[in-house]
Ligand binder design. Structure first.
Ligand SMILES: CC(C)(COP(=O)(O)OP(=O)(O)OC[C@H]1O[C@@H](n2cnc3c(N)ncnc32)[C@H](O)[C@@H]1OP(=O)(O)O)[C@@H](O)C(=O)NCCC(=O)NCCS
Length: 188
């Protein structure tokens, strides 16, 4: 099973269907802030919806299309970080993430993303990683920026979220870029 220790008290673990109730409760507690940026939140109305999602992403993982993980902080499920299905023809994948409000601003997600990038570049040997964030989602955009991604452009009205179109910034990172960032004394 996919499992990575990120730092003391922070772990990434492949999501399991037995965690559906806990994950739903976490989404529900964070619903108002998450629905602003994440289109799936509106359609997530019961633990069964989350269970179906976890089944789908376990299939994805077992089909070698990348993991969707729970972010565990001090033993509590506190968010998720995962790969959207890997495009193996181009050795490319994009990442998505969210975190419980109680753990924001402590560097948790930046460090989790760094661990995931180590995995996708060093173990899976992917060529490129991408993150797409709402242009006004400053907290989210700060993560790829901090990790050395290049701001490659803006795709206009690319996502329908909570009753409005949002423009998305495309952040890209190549395996070679990550090699350089990894060799430097990284801040994360
Ligand atoms: C976006 C989101 C995941 C950010 O999570 P996070 O854990 O707060 O982000 P970080 O880990 O990068 O936090 C960095 C902050 O922690 C601080 N920090 C503390 N210790 C740190 C460390 N060891 N390493 C890095 N940063 C550290 C940084 O200084 C930074 O503070 P600042 O933002 O005031 O400059 C979270 O806000 C969220 O869930 N938002 C809603 C959902 C969402 O938008 N998802 C993304 C859709 S594209």
């Amino acid at each position: 099973m996919f499992r990575k220790t990120v730092a003391e008290g922070i772990e990434l673990k492949l999501l399991q269907t037995s965690e559906a109730d806990a994950l739903y409760a976490l989404v529900d507690r964070n619903r108002e802030r998450l629905r602003r940026w994440l289109p799936w939140v509106e359609q997530t109305r019961s633990p069964e919806d989350v269970r179906a999602f976890i089944r789908r992403v376990l299939d994805q993982y077992h089909s070698n299309l990348g993991p969707q993980t729970g972010v565990w902080v001090n033993g509590s499920l506190s968010g998720t970080l995962g790969c959207h299905p890997i495009d193996w023809s181009n050795r490319n994948c994009s990442l998505g993430y969210w975190l419980d409000t109680g753990y924001e601003g402590k560097g948790v997600m930046t460090r989790c993303c760094a661990a995931m990038l180590d995995y996708i570049f060093n173990e899976l040997k992917l060529h490129r990683a991408e993150v797409r964030c709402g242009v006004e989602n400053f907290r989210s955009c700060a993560i790829p920026k901090r990790l050395g991604f290049t701001r490659e452009g803006v795709v206009r009205q690319a996502e329908w979220v909570s009753g409005r179109w949002i423009d998305l910034v495309v952040w890209g990172l190549l395996a070679d870029d990550w090699g350089v960032v990894s060799r430097k004394d990284r801040k994360v």
